[in-house]
Write a protein that binds this ligand. Structure first.
Ligand code: FMN
Length: 318
């Protein structure tokens, strides 16, 4: 469907999904994705798409996230930049993409919708999305409010979906890929793991923090606002959690906006890890090194093949 060599997608990531990231993943045979809204304007996105095309002739996509935002975004403009830029794959996330589908599909674009529940996956199928990325509770970023981990979510999605889907959340290596396939998915989507790579255009402090973190080091913030985000624990996260506890059900986004807004460039570009909360999956516990993207993807495919032919092959033969 996407014209890629390996069934591995790099999910859109704020202030990580620049042309360098997407091109490295696509060049290594996966599907790289530029994060649309990290670009301040549709014109900037158009430029980023052109920059990525100079780095790779392979297919890459653009992520369009529909989430509450401090500054209202020009979505029609971003869609125009995607269509005019000749993009053929869009990852939507955050909210129902229905109103944008006709414009995207008329341009021959395949839409993979990322969502965190079986009911939203089925809805995506019903409204005409081409594929789904099923994001379990483990995931970095926004896991939704249902808290269903992938061991339950993926087989349930497989029971209900006729369109292809990839497993997202907690995916790190060849074991993840084989497990995702066993549970009914057609491939996997990774976020956090791709940040700890040589090509990821983020400060080295961020990569080293992921190598150092364990599976116990993430926290869920903004749960009382029903906008839950899984982030790496730090001083800013502790401040937000303290406010959530003291203000209880009366909390408003305005109460924490100073702690969360505008932090990403300081973290990702300057390496100031405590500048605010930043998305990170529990999978950080499985990240032990900073390989190149090609080394990572080749290793995943090699491991997956070894598991299937050796370990699982022995089970089949028994
Ligand atoms: C730093 C970071 C930023 C992210 N930003 C976005 C985003 O802007 N839009 C989006 O749809 N998903 C975003 N995600 C989620 C990823 O695309 C992906 O679904 C998720 O990371 C998968 O879980 P994993 O981290 O366990 O691999 C982000 C994830 C991380 C770690």
């Amino acid at each position: 469907m996407f014209g890629i060599e390996h069934p591995i997608i790099q999910g859109g990531m704020h202030y990580v999904g620049f042309a360098e990231m997407a091109a490295a993943v696509s060049e290594a045979g996966g599907l790289g994705i530029i994060t649309g809204l990290t670009q301040p304007t549709p014109e900037a996105l158009a430029k980023e798409i052109r920059r990525c095309r100079e780095m790779t002739s392979r297919p890459f996509g653009v992520n369009l996230t529909f989430l509450p935002s401090v500054t209202p975004r020009d979505y029609p403009g971003y869609v125009r930049a995607i269509v005019d830029g000749g993009i053929k794959i869009v990852e939507t996330a955050g909210n129902n993409p229905q109103q944008w589908l006709p414009g995207l599909k008329d341009a021959g674009i395949k839409v993979i919708h990322k969502c965190t529940s079986v009911r939203h996956s089925v809805k995506a199928q019903t409204i005409g999305c081409d594929a789904v990325s099923v994001d379990g509770f483990e995931c970095g970023g926004h896991p939704g409010e249902d808290d269903v981990p992938n061991f339950i979510l993926l087989p349930l999605a497989a029971e209900k979906l006729q369109i292809p889907f990839v497993a997202s959340g907690g995916m790190a290596d060849g074991r993840s890929l084989v497990a995702a396939l066993a549970l009914g998915a057609d491939g996997m989507n990774m976020g956090t793991r791709f940040i700890a790579t040589k090509e990821a255009p983020v400060h080295d402090h961020v990569k080293q923090a992921l190598v150092a973190a364990s599976e116990l080091d993430t926290r869920l913030i903004m749960r009382p606002l029903r906008n839950t985000e899984r982030v790496l624990k730090n001083a800013a996260v502790e401040r937000v959690l303290a406010k959530e506890k003291s203000l209880g059900a009366s909390i408003k986004f305005d109460d924490i906006v100073g702690d969360v807004a505008g932090a990403y460039p300081k973290i990702m570009k300057e390496g100031n890890l405590d500048a605010g909360p930043w998305s990170c999956g529990m999978v950080a516990g499985l990240i032990h090194d900073v390989p190149s993207v090609k080394e990572l993807i080749d290793r995943i495919m090699r491991e997956a093949n070894e598991i299937i032919s050796a370990r699982l092959g022995r089970f089949a033969a028994a």
